[in-house]
Design a protein around this ligand. Sequence first.
Ligand code: HEC
Ligand code: HEC
Ligand code: HEC
Ligand code: HEC
Length: 503
Amino acid sequence: MGNNKERKSNPWVNWALFGGTMGIVFLLGLLVASITERRAEAIFAYQPKVALNEFEPRNEVWGKNYPWEYESYRKTRETDFSTPHGGNAMKDMLGESPEMVILWAGYPFSKDYNQGRGHSYAIEDVWNTLRTGGPKTPDVGMPSTCWTCKGPDVPRLMNQMGVTEFYNTTWAALGPEVVNPIGCADCHDPKTMDLTITRPALIEAMELRGDDITQATHQQMRSLVCAQCHVEYYFDQDRPGAEGANYLTFPWVNGFQPEDMLKYYDDIAFSDWTHALSRTPMIKAQHPDYEVYMTGIHAERGVACADCHMPYISEGGLKYSNHHVTSPLKYISQACQTCHRESESTLMKNVIDRQNKVLELRAKAENLLTRAHIEAKAAWDAGATESEMKEILYDIRAGQWFWDYVAASHGGSFHSPLESARVMGKAIDYAQEARIKLGRLLALKGKVMAIPYPDISTKEKAQEYIGLPMKELEQEKQYFLKEIVPVWKKQAAEREASYDLKP
Ligand code: HEC
Ligand code: HEC
Ligand code: HEC
Ligand code: HEC
């Protein structure tokens, strides 16, 4: 205050203000023009270039109409991003954890088990794995049901053959038919591009629970499309009306908890195989990714699979969903920082910390269960009877189910760390119960010293211990890849050349 000097207006200041304002107006005009142009570009780009057939299985044909989604989908070919417990590079799980060879003795998983790669590898990887063997003729080998989660030829075939008929043949018989890897027609309706459920097993499982999937909200659909495949399942051979077919079924009638599913399997006396050492009637948990995710905080807060695994990308005036489905740690800024303000390194640490803690329990459970199988074999060898072994085998069955439920749930230790740790705790408890009972039984049979633990420090040693003929299995696979797969590919190419494409 105080100084009442009159302010004289300076003409230069006025002109500068005027000029500045005009400049800003001009730049804003440029921006508007650019946005309109990009919009026009976007609208132009979404003009369909081809009319999609009702069951068009070829991703590259859909790609002509939706180039951005298709280009991002193609990145599922990348194999260069590895995180401590995930990523898109191939990891030899049995090599990292040879005890799993013992846990799956007598079951194909003991031959070969790699960490999942991107969706576009689904067909190649199922050709390549030793688990599918080398069928030389279409009448032998794995059931056709193994194709169900591999790609968009499946809805096409189910429509053509009938669902039960699709499940009622061999993997090799449908080899020439299923050649396009997981893609557009698995999740989208070609007419409206809406998300859609193409796999009957999910619809049927929800129906049995009294849920009508057609009433699902848009946000629920952003997870349910994944739940077509990323779930626990088994092959039902006694389904009324489809007896004998390997009918894909989700064991959800009693609920989504691992206890509910174990009860389901117990009630129907189901087992996937009998363990080669302990003779336990075993259940193989598949990949209950959706079920475990649902018990986590993100699901509870309404965050969908697609929010983290398919986040939006903005490029100029374009906004589209990233179809490069992979570890979200590759895209932290789009996948996490839309909701979280922490730095990339903090979020990365939060994920890895949770995974490491669950892994600590998992390693414990794995070791105890391996010992239980080996000690059970020693008990049989020492003359134990069926009735003496009954409770012990149930403890092993339940313990390994709980272990596998977490081990096979990809990402589960982040999706729901507390539930993963709880279930792993149950695995440890059952395995310990089995071993206490085994200790008593073995003593009764005169075996008071500890049962020696074999050298299974590498995958190769473990496979030798359970007597797998790895050389033969590999030769059989090489023959299959060289002689059979090229024939399948040729037949598929001939069929697809006959599809007409209307512009
Ligand atoms: C038609 C079945 C199917 C559907 C639908 C499906 N997946 Fe997959 N997914 C698979 C299979 C099979 C693999 C393993 C592919 C391989 O290893 O060759 C896989 C692999 C993955 C991987 C590992 C990829 C990597 O780079 O490590 C992630 C992550 C994934 N899926 C997430 C999802 C999400 C999220 C959805 C829903 C938006 C979804 N999937 C829908 C079958 C499916
Ligand atoms: C595993 C399931 C899945 C597969 C496979 C898939 N999509 Fe999508 N797609 C989604 C989801 C989820 C969204 C987000 C939809 C929403 O929220 O409305 C989406 C959105 C879209 C959209 C709407 C615009 C956008 O980007 O959000 C287009 C177009 C699209 N996808 C095209 C494709 C094409 C082309 C392919 C094959 C190359 C494909 N999708 C494969 C799940 C899938
Ligand atoms: C759509 C929003 C959203 C996205 C995307 C999202 N989160 Fe979250 N996240 C939440 C909410 C909400 C919570 C619960 C916090 C609360 O309610 O106080 C949460 C909780 C968490 C927690 C604590 C959970 C626990 O175990 O206690 C971690 C860690 C976390 N998020 C990491 C991530 C990471 C990493 C990503 C990306 C891969 C991610 N979030 C993506 C919304 C989101
Ligand atoms: C809040 C974010 C978030 C949500 C929601 C989410 N995921 Fe994940 N997912 C992750 C993170 C983080 C990982 C760990 C990636 C790693 O270890 O590199 C992961 C790992 C995975 C993996 C293993 C990928 C790999 O690289 O080996 C699969 C498969 C997967 N998620 C599928 C799903 C499915 C299916 C859903 C829905 C039912 C879902 N995710 C929901 C963040 C999320």
